[in-house]
Design a protein around this ligand. Structure first.
Ligand SMILES: [Fe+2]
Length: 284
């Protein structure tokens, strides 16, 4: 479940600027780097040398070694060890147009009961995999309502005739005939499994993560080496990540909506936004 990181230098810079409500000209003023060069970095056209990256990290409150590693593509999270708890996770790489999205099938080993976490925009791929594994998913759990995560809802709803869980603060995606609404800390039963609901807003106002044993399906809150886009609240998203996700044990697996799976420990050591800042993270 590896693969390229979701975000490159340009994405990280843009998101870090967003956290300070800075325009490119504000970053240019703070760093002494030209607007033209910043713009080229954010368009993925230019990766500067380490001294410039250190300067950018300093003014944007990013962890310099982690930013350099992301910029030069020299870091990726280690491959994930399977969670020893009695469930299987199947990661499905689906596409919305050409944009890759991760959906997941979670299966209770004892009962073969299963759930779909996010439906992507290409539900045929999920249905094909479920058929292959002889599964009849009984729940659809949405991390949020963006089309690339919930676009396939209608076909899954008609195929499996099962309820869809979502936070009340999200818009209702079309396609489900039976919405159920989440509460922070609630437990959803799946066969013998307990799925804990963790509210992790900020990417969207009703963004949630789902935790099973030492595995978290985190939607677009955090990515390996970056964070989601803060569509509803940058500080809210930052708090969600640092207070709800990175406080979990280091070995906790994080399965995001885009990019490779990672762990809490990896992100505390290597994520430019959180390394040296989250509880227990390394200092520069
Ligand atoms: Fe999203």
């Amino acid at each position: 479940m590896s693969g390229p990181l979701e975000d490159e230098l340009g994405d990280v810079l843009e998101k870090a600027r967003d956290g300070k409500s800075w325009r490119q000209s504000d970053l240019a003023h703070a760093s002494g780097i030209s607007v033209g060069d910043i713009s080229r970095m954010e368009r993925y056209e230019f990766v500067p040398d380490e001294s410039v990256l250190k300067n950018l990290a300093e003014v944007l409150d990013l962890h310099a070694p982690s930013l350099i590693a992301v910029a030069n593509a020299t870091w990726a999270p280690k491959p994930i060890e399977p969670d020893p708890a009695p469930f299987d996770t199947v990661c499905l790489d689906v596409f919305v147009g050409t944009y890759p999205v991760k959906c997941y099938l979670v299966i209770c080993k004892a009962t073969q009961t299963s759930a779909v976490i996010d439906t992507g925009g290409n539900p045929e791929a999920i249905i094909k995999k479920a058929k292959e594994l002889k599964l009849q998913p009984e729940k659809i759990l949405l991390t949020h309502a963006h089309f690339d995560h919930a676009g396939g809802l209608e076909l899954l709803d008609t195929t499996y005739n099962c309820p869809t869980w979502i936070d009340t603060k999200e818009p209702r995606p079309s396609g489900s005939r039976d919405f159920k609404f989440l509460k922070d800390g609630a437990i959803i039963k799946l066969g013998n499994l307990n799925i804990e609901v963790l509210f992790t807003p900020g990417h969207t106002s009703g963004g949630v993560s789902y935790k099973i044993h030492d595995t978290v399906f985190s939607g677009d809150a955090i990515f390996a080496g970056s964070m989601g886009r803060a569509n509803s609240s940058w500080s809210g998203l930052y708090d969600s990540i640092t207070q709800r996700l990175l406080t979990l044990p280091d070995h906790t697996r994080l399965f995001p909506g885009h990019g490779p799976a990672t762990t809490v420990g990896e992100e505390k050591r290597h994520n430019p936004f959180f390394s040296g800042q989250a509880a227990g993270g390394n200092e520069q």
